[in-house]
Design a protein around this ligand. Structure first.
Ligand SMILES: Nc1ncnc2c1ncn2[C@@H]1O[C@H](COP(=O)(O)OP(=O)(O)O)[C@@H](O)[C@H]1O
Ligand SMILES: [Mg+2]
Length: 265
């Protein structure tokens, strides 16, 4: 039996089905469908305000859906409406289930938000110790390993203020990795960096991709998308306008995506 024509036993890392999100009257996401396969890199492109961050925040349950469904590892996260009309009811997860689903996801933001009074090592150890109740010695070993993974094995005892923006973002990536997520979500991880520091962060992300990490990356780095993405998604106005392999960057079909690429390239 081939995997290509059978879905049995196959579970996507993330599956979004007709995802809607509104803030009051502002309808931000208008039916987003997206499937992310394990071990692949999905790059989301799109203009400011198109709903990219909102979508990542929904996956990580920092926001709640107003419609549709998101599954992580085949299991629903957040909540969904079941039934129709007056029989409609809300199906929710309990706190333990939410925490278990969230633990599968690591997130890296544009702003690194490291604790300024803690060294790189202490920043990376913090969540394993505080959230997972990991033994300090074990957490220290893990944090050293993750800082080495992002090329900062020589900077363990530096404070954030003593590190460049690129190094701080790499600490933030190590901090997310220390929670041993199955999926990494990146929201414009290089947008706050000076141009000469962008490359070192992208190169860490590229090596994570090479290791087989499942990743969703919101970025304006078209070169990275072209070289690293398995799947490229262009969002505009709360919808997926175009989607395909990295070749869609070279051969966009929708006028809106063409126009966007002319502005960022
Ligand atoms: N908490 C919020 N309350 C109200 N509106 C929001 C909130 N978060 C985002 N929005 C609005 O949702 C839209 C999409 O935002 P966002 O997801 O941040 O877009 P992007 O990341 O693509 O730039 C924007 O119009 C933004 O102002
Ligand atoms: Mg954003």
């Amino acid at each position: 039996m081939t995997a290509t024509n059978s879905n049995s036993g196959h579970v996507p890392a993330i599956e979004a089905k007709q995802v809607h999100k509104a803030y009051g009257d502002l309808h931000v996401l208008k039916g987003v469908d997206l499937t992310v396969e394990p071990g692949t890199v999905t790059v989301i492109l799109g203009p400011s305000g198109s709903g990219k961050s909102t979508f990542l925040r929904l996956i990580n349950q920092l926001e709640t859906l107003t419609g549709g469904e998101i599954d992580v590892d085949g299991e629903m996260i957040g909540y969904r409406w079941e039934g129709e009309g007056k029989k409609r009811h809300l199906q929710t997860l309990n706190d333990k289930q939410v925490a278990a689903q969230r633990a599968k996801l690591g997130m890296v933001f544009q702003k690194f938000n490291l604790f300024p009074h803690m060294t790189a090592l202490q920043n990376v150890m913090e969540a394993p110790v505080q959230v997972k109740r990991m033994d300090k010695k074990e957490a220290r070993e893990l944090a050293i390993k993750e800082l080495q993974r992002v090329g900062l094995g020589e900077r363990l005892d530096y404070y954030p203020a003593q590190l460049s923006g690129g190094q701080q973002q790499r600490v933030a990536i190590a901090r997310a990795l220390a929670m041993q997520p199955e999926i990494m979500l990146f929201d414009e991880p290089t947008s706050a960096l000076d141009p000469e520091l962008v490359g070192e962060v992208l190169s860490v992300m590229r090596s994570l991709a090479d290791e087989g990490m499942t990743m969703i990356v919101v970025t304006h780095e078209i070169g990275f998308a072209r070289e690293v993405a398995d799947q490229v998604v262009f969002m505009d106005g709360g919808k997926v306008v175009e989607q395909g392999g990295p070749e869609i960057i070279t051969n966009p079909t929708s006028p809106r995506f063409k126009e966007f690429l002319q502005h960022v390239l």
